[in-house]
Design a protein around this ligand. Structure first.
Ligand code: ASP
Ligand code: SER
Ligand code: ZN
Length: 605
């Protein structure tokens, strides 16, 4: 977890000489010097990462002013060291070195999320801001009907309510957590930009877009291209869901045309809509045949059982059981006696085998998927642990997010749920469209959100959007990509982006957009390897050790090679490609087109 999140400060570059000694003549460094530099940087960064990870773990699982100070300090130290090395790496730009050293030099320059300026105290200031914003988000609580609720309880309420007034109340109240973050967010942005320029990037957005084995501009173009491929399908789904919301709530709440009201989709950010599946389920059809949340509850699942179930899926593919320390050290439910950061995350504390999960699990379908997602991160972390430290990461950050999502696609199939004993019978072919619709309500609905979160940050980092326009720019993107509007006018002090975890805690987001595309490529490849002949949505590779062994080839490479090579190792494909997601959902897309006949699909932005 933490070592994906280096934030960095620079100190003045002393070109290889020690302070006080006479300056040596400026000669080009040798390949041997480059290798020695990389070896030292790698050793030092590995060491500081363990200490910073532990400080962050203690903070996130027990938020106090002390733990917050300690993690800010540890993060600042990590930042200072990483920036020094990022800057120094540029000395070797023109030295002829072996491929491994070249790649490590590159990773030293781009492996940072929030670089900081070259001034004493700047890294600490950034660490303090990050801790303040993270704490506001994590400890945010809201009173509804006289009860004080944390985010995951609000999410449950919003998932369940079918009362638009209640939905609006929950949605608006949660967004009161973020106005106090706005000034800090602006300050952090300015500091990170200064830091990014110091290590050779035009702004922090360009640094983030540099992590994909192509130029930042090429990555922006690639995201747009992928979006263009899936957008018609999204519009089709949007159109169908809007019609059903209109039928349920009437024209005043949800008009038949134009954007959708963002609080009606059963999710705090309208990023996944599966929770309102009952509202959109096909009429006159037997339906999916079961409700996973109800089945989990009926079968007595609790948090440990949810995690064990996910672990078991990976074990079935031939992977080792999770270590004992995982069970001793993980946090899987919200403790009653202290504040914690509940947003689910997977940790690799010592870059060896001290993997952990931190989540506040509720027994429901969303969290069933999330545990598979998080353990997918752990699987990757363990598989690449033998690599040198600088290669201990995903082939790109989208890969890291896609591993567990791929497992989750298998784990949600009715055939597999029956193997688990969660359902008694596997529904027949009539259930395929309902099932695909349920899947699309999460997987397809997510795509525009997955894209727009960082579109907004790219605009903020580039200066195109200034603090007084933060909120308007956010809603312009929500309207353009998601086709949604807030349930009412937003207050003048609103800072709605900050009410999303990854903005409050500075986690880049394009990774999730990519993951939603990769996961179907992984899944299609796995099902082909397994010789699956039926409809793709019914395929599960549970128990297939040959698929597991091949998957491990991708995992074990970590970040040692450009990502197309990792993709090829498992799928035989070299490019990210929306055809797999299109294949998976093709029957649903055709069905939606029929349902939408006579509707005026789309919206004006
Ligand atoms: N940590 C995950 C996400 O941010 C899981 C989640 O909470 O949905 O990717
Ligand atoms: N886990 C990510 C989020 O919570 C993507 O689903 O936003
Ligand atoms: Zn994740």
């Amino acid at each position: 977890m933490r070592h994906l999140l280096l934030s960095v400060t620079a100190v003045t570059l002393l070109a290889g000489s020690s302070v006080g000694a006479p300056a040596p003549p400026m000669s080009a460094p040798t390949p041997a010097e480059a290798r020695a530099f990389v070896a030292k940087a790698e050793k030092d960064l590995a060491e500081v990462s363990v200490y910073a990870n532990k400080a962050e773990w203690v903070y996130e699982t027990d938020i106090t002013s002390d733990t917050s100070d300690l993690t800010a300090k540890a993060g600042a130290e990590q930042t200072e060291m990483a920036t020094r090395y990022a800057k120094q790496a540029a000395r070797f730009d023109h030295v002829k070195v072996d491929d491994v050293t070249r790649r490590k030099l590159l990773l030293l320059k781009i492996g940072l999320v929030l670089p900081s300026p070259d001034r004493p105290g700047a890294a600490k200031e950034m660490g303090d801001i990050e801790a303040r914003m993270g704490t506001l988000y994590a400890t945010g609580a809201v009173t509804i009907d006289g009860k004080t609720l944390h985010l995951e309880d609000l999410e449950d309420e919003l998932a369940k309510t079918r009362d638009p007034a209640k939905a609006k109340e929950i949605w608006e109240k949660w967004r009161r957590v973020s106005p106090p973050m706005k000034a800090d967010y602006a300050k952090l942005t300015a500091l990170a930009n200064e830091g990014s320029r110091g290590i050779g990037f035009k702004d922090t957005g360009a640094l983030w877009r540099a992590g994909y084995d192509m130029t930042p501009d090429q990555f922006a173009a690639l995201s747009d291209k992928l979006w263009g491929q899936v957008e018609p399908f999204y519009t089709n789904l949007h159109c169908y869901v809007r019609t059903r919301l209109n039928a349920k709530y009437g024209d005043v709440v949800q008009p038949r045309t134009g954007p959708i009201r963002a609080d009606l989709l059963g999710n705090m950010w309208a990023q996944e809509w599966g929770n309102i599946y009952d509202v959109v389920a096909p009429a006159n059809s037997p339906g999916m045949g079961y409700d996973l949340t109800q089945q989990l509850v009926a079968h007595g699942y609790d948090a440990p059982k949810m995690v064990k179930t996910a672990e078991n899926f990976y074990i079935s593919l031939g992977f080792d059981p999770w270590p004992k320390t995982f069970w001793d050290r993980s946090l899987i439910t919200r403790p009653r006696d202290r504040e914690v950061q509940c947003h689910a995350s997977a940790w690799d504390v010592d870059n060896k085998d001290d993997i952990r999960l931190k989540a506040c699990i509720h027994v429901n379908a969303d969290d069933f998927f999330t545990v598979h997602h998080e353990l997918g991160h752990n699987l990757y972390q363990r598989a690449y642990a033998p690599q040198p430290f600088l290669f201990e990461n995903g082939a790109n950050d989208g890969f890291h997010e896609a591993i567990g999502d791929f497992a989750g696609l298998n784990a949600l199939t009715p055939g597999y749920l029956k193997q688990l004993g969660l359902i008694d019978t596997v529904p027949g072919p009539d259930a395929d469209i309902p099932y695909l619709l349920r899947q699309a309500m999460d997987g397809i609905a997510f795509l525009p959100f997955g894209l727009l979160v960082d579109k907004w940050r790219w605009e903020v980092f580039s200066g195109q959007v200034t603090p007084e326009h933060y909120n308007d720019a956010w809603w312009a993107l929500v309207l353009q990509y998601q086709g949604m509007v807030p349930p009412g006018p937003r207050p003048a002090d609103a800072f709605d982006p900050g009410a999303k975890n990854h903005i409050a805690t500075s986690v880049p987001y394009a990774r999730y957009f990519l993951a939603r595309i990769y996961e179907y490529q992984f899944y299609r490849a796995a099902c082909r390897q397994a010789g699956w002949k039926g409809p793709l949505n019914r395929c599960s590779v549970y128990g297939d050790k040959a698929v597991g062994a091949k998957f491990n080839k991708l995992l074990a490479m970590g970040q040692s090679k450009p990502w197309p090579e990792a993709l090829e190792a498992f799928t035989g494909e070299k490019d990210i490609d929306a055809s797999a997601i299109a294949d998976y959902f093709a029957p649903l897309n055709a069905w939606l087109t029929v349902q939408n006949k006579g509707q005026q699909c789309g919206w004006k932005s």
